[in-house]
Design a binder for this molecule. Structure first.
Ligand code: GRF
Length: 194
């Protein structure tokens, strides 16, 4: 199994989707660590509830501390799940091919700097798009710019608010795509090493 860290900043519903799919969809990744850049992220509570080490890292020298913790825990694969901090080109280059992210839209639509959380769904509704969805992609130095791994479309419905649309995108796309992508990439990493 590939020792895996999940980076979070908020509620952790994508982390929960990963945890719930262990042994059902996920067989090749061992979720060994959860790291948040927000002290009060409920995602850390979800880690604790599942007996998984959870760590808060403050912004000061964040990447240096993160890299040290990943090495201490012998992490081989990093999953960004609702993680809202931009990582440096140096960091993403070090982890190239071993770091993925979930974005709540169909990249290249509604992505890039400033496009995160509810802002994404507000922009979809403001534009009048009829279809949106979610994307799992490799992380590189460009915000939401890495190679696409998987996508799933979701209908925009009459009367949708950003909150209603976000929930539908989570339920019908994010929480399905991410566990499948974690298994897919973990298997690739495992095979490359062996
Ligand atoms: C979700 O919209 C996710 O797509 C985005 O951050 C939001 C919260 O995710 N990346 P979570 O509930 O913290 O997993």
């Amino acid at each position: 199994m590939v020792k895996t860290a999940v980076l979070v900043s908020g509620g952790g519903t994508n982390l929960q989707a990963i945890l719930d799919k262990r042994g059902k969809v996920i067989f090749s990744a061992d979720i060994a660590l959860v790291v948040s850049n927000k002290k009060d992220a409920y995602a850390l509570e979800r880690a604790a509830q599942n007996g998984i080490r959870g760590e808060f890292i403050s912004s000061k020298n964040f990447e240096e501390k993160l890299q040290a913790l990943l090495e201490e825990c012998k992490i081989e694969f990093v999953v960004l799940a609702g993680f809202l901090k931009i990582l440096s080109p140096e960091f993403t280059a070090k982890w190239a091919g071993r770091i993925i992210n979930i974005h709540p839209a169909l990249i290249p639509s509604f992505c890039g700097v400033g496009m995160y959380g509810l802002h994404v769904h507000e922009a979809v509704l403001a534009y009048g798009a009829k279809v949106t969805g979610a994307t799992v992609h490799y992380v590189n130095e460009v915000a939401d710019g890495g190679r696409i791994i998987s996508q799933k479309a979701v209908e925009v419905l009459e009367g949708d608010t950003p909150e209603i649309l976000q929930r539908r995108v989570m339920e019908q796309a994010e929480w399905i795509l991410l566990p499948n992508a974690v298994e897919q990439v973990a298997k690739l990493i495992e095979n490359k090493v062996k």
